[in-house]
Design a protein around this ligand. Structure first.
Ligand code: ZN
Length: 194
């Protein structure tokens, strides 16, 4: 099913379209102070893509309140920039999923294609195995998954679940949207139990 993923250039415009929808939802919501949100994008270099991206593709969509005395920044969720990780969200999920899945050869192909080093992939593995399950986001959302998703193969199970339920492109779109709340700055903080 993974080879049905759109090719890189198409994948990129697909992801950008999802980001624009997410940004529009944030903009419509306005600032908590009641002010209006104006565009205040900032540059961020995504990795995990072999193609030279035009400058406007490297912008993290973001907004600022237009009221004097507030000027608070609102950054919408993103399917292209996964939290503190600069790699494309989709690629992080995909490669992690495939590491846990049945096809190591495909993983090697993907790592080569997206220029991800073995060590980087190992860090993503730690993220899915140890970090992600502890997030408040997952603690709430895991109840939506029946049967219970195996923590040991979390990325793989998520991809599997979404792609089995929906056609490929729609499945990816829904999965990335599902995960997008964790891309907002601060959202990946772990609750420390005392
Ligand atoms: Zn404001």
């Amino acid at each position: 099913m993974y080879h049905e993923l759109p090719r890189t250039a198409r994948l990129w415009s697909f992801l950008r379209a999802v980001d624009q929808e997410l940004a529009e939802e944030t903009r419509k919501g306005g600032c908590p102070c009641g002010g209006r949100l104006h565009s205040a994008n900032y540059p961020r270099k995504p990795r995990g893509t072999p193609i030279q991206l035009p400058e406007e593709e490297c912008l993290r969509l973001s907004f600022c309140c237009d009221r004097d005395g507030c000027r608070k920044r609102s950054t919408p969720p993103s399917v292209r920039f996964l939290g503190p990780k600069v790699y494309l969200g989709a690629i992080v999920i995909l490669i992690s999923a495939m590491r846990q899945g049945p096809s190591p050869r495909r993983v090697r192909e993907l790592s080569r294609r997206f220029g991800a080093h073995r060590r980087t992939i190992a860090r993503w593995q730690v993220f899915w195995r140890e970090h992600f399950p502890q997030t408040p986001f997952w603690k709430i959302k895991r109840a939506d998954f029946v049967p219970v998703v195996e923590i040991g193969s979390l990325a793989y199970s998520l991809v599997d679940t979404f792609l089995l339920r929906h056609r490929t492109c729609r499945g990816w779109s829904l999965l990335l949207r599902f995960l997008s709340p964790i891309t907002v700055p601060g959202a990946l903080q772990i609750e420390v139990s005392r």
